[in-house]
Design a protein around this ligand. Structure first.
Ligand code: SAH
Length: 360
């Protein structure tokens, strides 16, 4: 039988190897994280690039079973951040040299929304004098819409596959036209085709999810040749359909442990992609994001959404930072980066190195 070190030193992880890595404990686990740290240092370095996150609207036409802002949740007040406030947040991001903006929304497909995003993209270019990086995370859209947004200044797009296992996907989504696994895949392909730095990711610790599923998720990301990844633990939300399977959700400790291992393994598999240390990590454990940075992540997305809207963007329960304004976040982010023995990449876009090589 292959030893753990044999597996770790092999250049190409197959599914069985990944399952074994995901199950590592004790000294083996230490070896995994040491290797990931080594790979990160060599290929990425210790700079953490920042993306100021604006949660633009919680309006959504979908009903994903895990997500707190799904259309049928009528306990929420629906909002769309006003343009003047969006502009203020963009100025904040620019003035504080965060380097990039992320606009995240529920999923809406109509002309009014498409052109509202275009207007925001134009103001990002204007305020940042063309120097700010721009990521969108606005769900599934048509190729035409993706092209319009690219032409208006967006150059990165995050669309999580949520789970690459079709059966599990349909346990997390209604089986109807609005929630097709194939459409999600097709959208990811369109994004790559349009020339975006393309990011995906999954939730970790979902009810019904196995280690084999997670191993296949990582293989999916490698096969898809993604440029960026945002993945983190699943967190229950009381007003969602998936909540009733709460008992099938692994403990917080297990979810954190698995999420960190997923990051570490992905870093070893895809050495030069950008990997985010997500807010969901922070929700499950204090210091979750610095743990993610140490495990191989290199991106942080400080929340710059105006404070008054934050409570209504409740993707999951106990989301942190609900009472903070952007300013508070900057100080805590600097401390967090220092605790992870990293430095902030102020004023830099921090584009995916993998992407630059891919299109060369
Ligand atoms: N509507 C957009 C993005 C908005 S939500 C889209 O579909 O791309 C961003 C991410 O939050 C989702 O992709 C999902 O992975 C994550 N999320 C939603 N509900 C969650 C939950 N209960 N626990 C953990 N992550 C969750």
């Amino acid at each position: 039988m292959r030893t753990f070190s044999d597996i770790l030193d092999n250049n190409y992880f197959d599914k069985d190897s990944i399952v074994r890595l995901l199950g590592a404990q004790g000294r083996d686990k230490e070896l995994l994280f040491l290797k990931a740290a080594e790979v990160k240092q060599k290929h990425i370095g210790n700079t953490v690039h920042l993306r100021g996150l604006i949660e633009l609207t919680n309006n959504c036409t979908k009903n994903c079973y895990y997500c707190g802002i799904g259309a049928s949740n009528n306990k929420l007040e629906r909002f769309m951040v006003e343009l003047t406030e969006v502009t203020k947040a963009i100025h904040f991001i620019n003035d504080n040299s965060y380097g990039s903006v992320v606009i995240q929304t529920g999923e809406i497909q109509n002309e009014q929304f498409t052109s509202a995003i275009e207007d925001i993209l134009y103001s990002i270019t204007k305020i940042g004098k063309g120097k700010l990086g721009v990521t969108l995370s606005c769900g599934e859209q048509s190729l035409v819409t993706y092209k319009r947004w690219k032409a208006a200044g967006a150059h990165r797009y995050l669309l999580r596959i949520e789970s690459s296992d079709k059966d599990l996907y349909y346990k997390l989504h209604p089986k109807n036209k609005k929630h097709h696994f194939e459409t999600r895949l097709e959208s990811l392909r369109s994004l790559q085709e349009c020339g975006y730095q393309t990011g995906t990711g999954v939730m970790i610790g979902l009810p019904f999810q196995t280690l084999e599923n997670l191993a296949n998720d990582l293989i999916f990301m490698r096969d898809f040749n993604i440029d960026m990844c945002g993945m983190g633990p699943y967190i229950e939300h009381l007003d969602t359909k998936l909540y009733k399977y709460k008992k099938l959700v692994p403990s917080k400790e297990t979810r954190v442990d698995l999420s960190l291992k997923m990051i570490a393994i992905l870093r070893i598999m895809m050495k030069d992609i950008n990997i985010a240390a997500t807010t969901a990590m922070q929700t499950l454990v204090d210091g979750g994001r610095e743990m993610a940075l140490k495990a191989g992540a290199n991106i942080l997305m400080p929340n710059t959404t105006p404070g008054i809207y934050r409570e209504q963007y409740s993707l999951y329960d106990n989301k942190p930072g609900l009472n903070e304004e952007a300013e508070d976040n900057k100080i805590s982010i600097e401390k967090l980066i220092a605790r992870a023995h990293c430095k902030p990449g102020y004023g830099e876009q921090g584009n995916s190195k993998h992407y630059s090589k891919r299109i060369d």
